[in-house]
Design a protein around this ligand. Structure first.
Ligand code: HEM
Ligand code: HEM
Length: 220
């Protein structure tokens, strides 16, 4: 399938109030990785120093860099297409949910980049890779003075922890709002991120009228 055909296929889902299976796969894979990464990062922070902690952080860097790669692909995909028209974007809640989504995209890069800076200031260029498979370079900080490396480490650690906290607070807000839409408003915001039946059979409880274009064949 060419990119143009893939975009038209995805837009077909959007016109019917659904994210495409590509959008759904990106969303749930990255949501799971982000939640894992936050929980595991905190768990490691409480562990005593030693070999296990170092190995744990190595896994942390591999997952974090995989999030950055997936975030890049997702951002490129998302920049080519719209989203289903499920919320009133000019309402307060519509704007608030948009701000949270933009924050999540920011965090997919800010966390790995600040982590990368921290890791690169550690002595002896500890190896990095994306998902343990694709080698990834350290930043060339070993050429800087020790004092500057120390300050970079502190700035990056502060940034990492701030973005961690804001993201950790934003996730329940985002997920809670989606559940409230389903339980209270009974609209299709939450099903738009679950339903994989495709444009020909949305099958979503409480679906809004079909918004498919007139030149498509009628559905059975
Ligand atoms: C999206 C991805 C990431 C998330 C959600 C994340 C999350 C976290 C969390 C929750 C902590 C514990 C903070 C604390 O103890 O208060 C942490 C620490 C840390 N992370 Fe990440 N991280 C990510 C990516 C990365 C990457 C890619 C690297 C390295 C290449 C990295 C390196 C580190 C390091 C070195 C620490 C220890 C910081 C310290 O003890 O001051 N992280 N991260
Ligand atoms: C765990 C429970 C979660 C639920 C129930 C949930 C639900 C949803 C729903 C229903 C939407 C569509 C909203 C709309 O179209 O207005 C959405 C979008 C989005 N969610 Fe989540 N989400 C969850 C977790 C997460 C996590 C952990 C992240 C990342 C940290 C995340 C990032 C996003 C982003 C970036 C979008 C915008 C979609 C796009 O256009 O790329 N979600 N979510």
């Amino acid at each position: 399938m060419s990119l143009v055909a893939a975009i038209e296929w995805a837009e077909g889902h959007h016109r019917r109030g659904l994210y495409s299976p590509i959008g759904v796969a990106f969303h749930w894979a990255m949501a799971a990785l982000m939640i894992f990464q936050l929980g595991y990062g905190w768990y490691l922070g409480w562990q005593p120093a030693g070999g296990d902690k170092y190995l744990g952080y190595q896994t942390h860097t591999e997952v974090g860099l995989a999030i950055m790669l997936l975030g890049t692909l997702r951002f490129l995909w998302r920049s080519q297409i719209g989203t289903p028209d499920t919320v009133d974007e000019s309402s307060f809640s519509g704007r608030a949910s948009h701000v949270l989504e933009v924050w999540f995209y920011f965090s997919f890069f800010a966390l790995p980049i600040s982590g990368w800076v921290m890791w690169s200031t550690l002595p002896s260029n500890l190896p990095l890779s994306i998902a343990g498979v694709i080698p990834f370079p350290n930043l060339p900080f070993d050429q800087l003075s020790e004092g500057l490396q120390h300050r970079l480490m502190q700035w990056a650690a502060t940034a990492h922890v701030w973005v961690v906290w804001i993201t950790a607070l934003a996730i329940p807000g985002h997920a809670g709002a989606a559940v409230l839409h389903y339980v209270v408003k009974r609209d299709r915001v939450l099903p738009s991120m679950f339903d994989l039946n495709g444009p020909q059979a949305p099958g979503v409880a409480g679906s809004a009228p079909d918004k498919g274009s007139a030149d498509e064949p009628p559905r059975a």
